[in-house]
Write a protein that binds this ligand. Structure first.
Ligand SMILES: NC(=O)c1ccc[n+]([C@@H]2O[C@H](COP(=O)([O-])OP(=O)(O)OC[C@H]3O[C@@H](n4cnc5c(N)ncnc54)[C@H](OP(=O)(O)O)[C@@H]3O)[C@@H](O)[C@H]2O)c1
Length: 276
């Protein structure tokens, strides 16, 4: 039985770059909502010598995620799940961002944990935005994170109450995005301890501003992060693809229950960058 790698959001950006760093003997399943994008990704992976398949899935729909997990398990031993599906503030309203980024992560981890066996890995892609909110806000919001898997409606209501503290519509979406990604870090930590005894390692990884379609869309609002990064540049999708693929590799077996901040140093830049 072959090993299978599943990448949600694998039709583009960092997810697709992570696929290109995977060992060639593994089967790659790229997933997302747009079939054409996935077929193009599969063609590219095949041209590089991979056995790859496209499977549409909306991660904000549990049944759709369940079917993806079932499909992947029918191909072989689901060894690595990279949950890179996500939306950013310029793409949608706050509630949709929370549904896709936060609730979607709950569906992916829960449904895949049912089909995964020992020596397997789930990597949830978060964001450096997870670190950007005032501590008081994340502390208060964090008290309600459990609602994401016990009472979704109440979770969304509470998170939107905090997001609506921001002034403009874009800022509200920005707060909702940051909360959704702060949740992802917390939830991946929680899952690490829940699934660890079954041999499923769980970890999250938070990219900084990366030059993917999404990153370029957010460049105007997030451009200040470039100046705060150590090399004063955006990250390259292939750099993050490599970081994600290595963190999600089962040989990296002791990396669990933490978030890996891969942001070129921008989160710590305020303290260490010299004023020009
Ligand atoms: N780029 C950055 O600067 C940056 C920074 C921090 C964190 N991130 C995070 O990194 C991850 C990857 O983003 P990226 O930068 O590589 O951007 P990207 O190229 O836009 O990739 C995101 C992918 O997610 C898919 N997607 C969106 N909503 C989905 C849904 N409901 N169900 C399934 N798939 C969905 C998209 O495909 P479809 O639209 O076809 O579904 C797309 O292929 C995201 O979680 C993002 O939040 C990005």
């Amino acid at each position: 039985m072959k090993d299978v790698v599943v990448i949600t959001g694998g039709g583009s950006g960092m997810g697709l770059e992570a696929a290109k760093c995977m060992p060639k003997e593994k089967i790659i399943v790229v997933s997302g909502r747009t079939l054409k994008k996935l077929e193009k990704a599969v063609a590219e992976l095949e041209s590089l010598g991979y056995e790859a398949y496209a499977h549409t899935c909306d991660t904000s729909d549990r049944e759709s995620v369940r079917k993806l997990a079932e499909y992947a398990a029918s191909l072989g031993n689901v060894r690595n799940v990279i949950n890179a599906a996500g939306m950013s503030p310029n793409m949608s309203d706050g509630e949709t961002l929370l549904k896709v980024n936060a609730i979607g992560t709950v569906y992916v981890n829960e449904e895949f944990a049912k089909v995964m066996k020992e020596h397997s890995v789930i990597l949830d892609v978060s964001s450096n935005s997870a670190y950007a909110l005032p501590h008081l806000l994340t502390r208060l919001a964090g008290k309600n994170y459990k609602l994401a898997y016990t009472n979704e409606t109440e979770f969304l209501k509470k998170m939107m109450k905090y997001a609506n503290l921001a002034k403009t519509d874009y800022e509200k979406a920005g707060f909702a995005y940051a909360l959704s990604k702060n949740f992802v870090c917390w939830y991946a930590r929680k899952c690490a301890y829940e699934y660890g005894p079954k041999g499923i390692r769980v970890v999250s990884l938070s990219p900084g501003l990366i030059a993917t379609d999404m990153g370029n869309l957010e460049k105007e609002a997030g451009g200040y992060l470039i100046g705060l990064s150590a090399e004063e540049r955006m990250g390259k999708p292939e750099e993050l693809g490599y970081a994600i693929a290595t963190a999600a590799d089962e040989r990296n077996g002791y990396l669990a229950g933490v978030d890996i901040l891969c942001d070129g140093g921008s989160t710590n830049g305020k303290e260490f960058k010299k004023k020009k």
